[in-house]
Design a protein around this ligand. Structure first.
Ligand SMILES: *Cc1c(COP(=O)(O)O)cnc(C)c1O
Length: 410
């Protein structure tokens, strides 16, 4: 195995047409907020079945914009599953809100309705005003959105779907299936979905993210907050920044006029990044297919290692665009620690990663909320190990990983 190239747990697939698309931007007139950003926003919205998409700097910025656009702030709380990346929770805290960590199903790693309800109850006991559910579509599978949207509706909460793992996933809980990103218009308090285009995710911008949604007012606020809170059209409602500057002699908006009703961010995406991710979006279906094929091979090749090793648990309510192959491994029964197994795999040329250390265990959150007891998240964490999964992997690489795992565990 020594001569084979190292297999990372994830890797972008950049091809010549991606490079050409980026080079074309560099030769053109706009390096930021030009036609590539606008084109990507249109293409992404169409792909995920949303009325609008706002492209932004990364997935974390997308979360920050979503929470801010929903008006979430001090005294409020957002329900976040403990099995996620730091950013789902940190972005809520940056908005001034508290985080009500929810437990997850130990097998799928997903937050269900019962777990969300328990987190809401705990938050209310603490005196927080619960404002939103932020389900995470872990590894590419959706959280049970029918139930969670129903809960959001019943409780008057907004929905911020963290779909950083799940661009291209189809939610089958509605008739005919709806792509992740279309949102849940029936959730009156607001429904937004966020994506990341970090290189390890399914399509890459380098750094990039997006918020999708279909409520025009909410999406207008996301767009405004992404760009300093600036508006080009005079709003009149709160008075102009300068009435004379706002309107020209014909009473039309002056092209150089701008006003600000609330402070925003600069979370814009550049055209350089947008060109790459737009080009990648054109290959999303190929990526999804290849990832699905590799996952099917994993299921087959890992089966002789059962029950020590099991492939990810499947949920019936979605057709996943797989981001991670989060295998479940009984390290105790194997008599090997996870770190020892990871080191052995590394020596055999196989990279792995752990998704995730439950966020509520992080020192910042423990200092803030003490030691929460979330047994599902801890059980998921204890057995999870993400195996290599990326489109350029060969079928034979799956055999290589399975063989390496067998050695590392024996
Ligand atoms: C990657 C990721 C983010 C953050 O996205 P960035 O683009 O890295 O800022 C947020 N949530 C989840 C679940 C992620 O996997």
């Amino acid at each position: 195995m020594a001569n084979l190239p190292f297999l990372p747990y994830g890797r972008q697939s950049v091809e010549e047409d991606d490079i050409a698309a980026v080079a074309a931007v560099l030769r053109g007139d706009w390096l930021t907020q030009g036609p590539a950003v606008a084109g990507f926003e249109r293409a992404l919205a169409a792909r995920v079945g949303a009325a609008q998409a706002v492209a932004c700097a990364n997935g974390t910025a997308a979360l920050r914009l979503a929470y801010a656009a929903l008006g979430i702030g001090p005294g409020d709380a957002v329900v976040v599953p403990a099995n996620t990346f730091l950013a789902t929770a940190s972005a809520a805290r940056h908005a001034g809100a508290e985080v009500a960590f929810a437990d997850v199903d130990p097998d799928s790693g997903l937050m269900g309705v019962a777990e969300a309800e328990a987190a809401i109850a705990r938050a209310r006991e603490a005196g927080w005003r619960v404002r939103a559910l932020a389900p995470v579509h872990y590894a590419g599978q959706t959280a049970p959105m029918d139930g969670l949207a129903g809960l959001a509706r019943a409780e008057g909460l907004a929905l911020v779907e963290d779909a950083c793992h799940a661009v291209g996933t189809v939610d089958l809980s509605e008739d005919g299936g709806t792509p992740v990103g279309a949102g849940r218009p029936e959730v009156a308090a607001g429904s937004l979905t966020v994506f990341s285009f970090h290189p390890v995710k399914t399509i890459a911008a380098g750094e990039g993210g997006a918020v999708t949604g279909s409520d025009p007012a909410l999406m207008a606020r996301v767009r405004r907050l992404c760009n300093h809170g600036m508006m080009r059209e005079p709003q009149a409602g709160e008075g102009f920044a300068d009435p004379e500057a706002a309107l020209d002699a014909e009473g039309k908006a002056n092209p150089w006029y701008y006003e600000m009703a609330e402070p925003g961010f600069n979370h814009r995406l550049s055209d350089i990044h947008a060109a790459l991710v737009l080009s990648q979006l054109g290959r999303l279906d190929r990526f999804i297919e290849r990832r699905a094929r590799l996952m099917a091979l994993y299921a087959e090749r890992l089966s002789p290692l059962a029950p020590l090793v099991r492939p990810p648990a499947l949920v019936p309510w979605c057709r996943p665009a797989w981001h991670l192959c989060a295998a479940r491994i009984d390290f105790d029964a194997a008599g090997r620690s996870r770190s020892a197994v990871m080191a052995a795999l590394r020596a055999l040329g196989v990279g792995t990663q752990v998704h995730y250390i439950p966020v509520h265990r992080q020192p910042y959150w423990r200092r803030r909320y003490g030691d929460l007891v979330l047994p599902g998240a801890m059980a998921h964490y204890a057995h999870t190990l993400s195996l290599p999964l990326f489109p350029a992997m060969a079928d034979g690489d799956v055999d290589r990983v399975a063989a390496a795992l067998e050695r590392a565990l024996s």
